[in-house]
Design a protein around this ligand. Sequence first.
Ligand code: NAP
Length: 301
Amino acid sequence: MTLLASNRDHSFGFSISGATKVVGVFGYPVEHSLSPAMHNAAFTQLGLPYVYVPFAVPPEQIGVAVRSLSALGIVGANLTIPHKEIVLPFIDEFTQEARDIGAVNTVHIVEGRILGDNTDGRGFWEPLRERGFKVAGKTVFILGAGGAARSVVFRLAREGAHIILLNRTKERAERLASAVAEAGLGAVEVLLPGDEQACLEALLRANLLVQTTRVGMYPHTETLPEIPLAGLHPELLVYDLVYNPICTRLLSEAERRGCPTLSGVKMLVYQGAFAFQRWTGVWPPTDIMERAVLDGLLKKI
Ligand code: NAP
């Protein structure tokens, strides 16, 4: 009885049995992932017989790991660094979002087949929708052109935003702009890195700034993206995808200049919530998931 009570306090809210369903995350390394705490908190709250487990899968084993999900009866998994792209050859079917982004962050076993999805675009979008931010016809300045930027750019392009892209490596930004054009989603304006004047003018006409690079991320919390801070005007919503720290240096500079801000914590929660819904058919309590993420981040400080 005592053992069961301590299980309830510290882990899944129920004892593991033959009826327990397993989901998890494949990463390498994976020990710092906040996803187990976030998903297990939601399973406990809803009393669902699921458990979310971190799996440290070396990159050369990702095919074996994904192909074993069905045999093990594992319902699905998230994929994180370094697996999001190298897993593609082992997937049977893709959602349109995973195809657009060229990467998978969620797999789901459906009748023995492996479905690859990417929930980052929806995870990014949901906090904007919640705030009532209307994107159609607005100008969005995006910093970065990596994996996260791809999910953001495709989502915003589908919603009818005018997109301006700036990345340290211009060729990567141009490749992303071409991919958007090839998908028939319109033209993306690419800025020349180092052209401060063009960058300032673009920021001044933007309604939303989305920071998708690794700049400012723990442990380099003092770093700031190379943009003219004078472009941060009070009508600009500044959205930083970095969630550790919760308030990046960019977000503090933006707040000092009167800009409304959004941290990457909510995107992390919602990209997880869409995976949770895919696996269980149930929309999770996102407030409980957010609490678990914030607790995890505060413990890391
Ligand atoms: P990625 O594919 O490796 O792309 C990294 C991006 O950051 C590239 O645009 C890269 O520019 C740029 N960059 C890296 N170091 C830089 C530096 N010192 N100066 C200027 N630019 C630099 O990574 P990703 O998967 O897109 O992730 C990017 C960030 O988004 C990470 O901080 C990650 O935690 C965050 N993220 C958050 C969520 C969430 O749920 N909140 C989800 C996904 C990602 P180059 O092309 O020039 O190398």
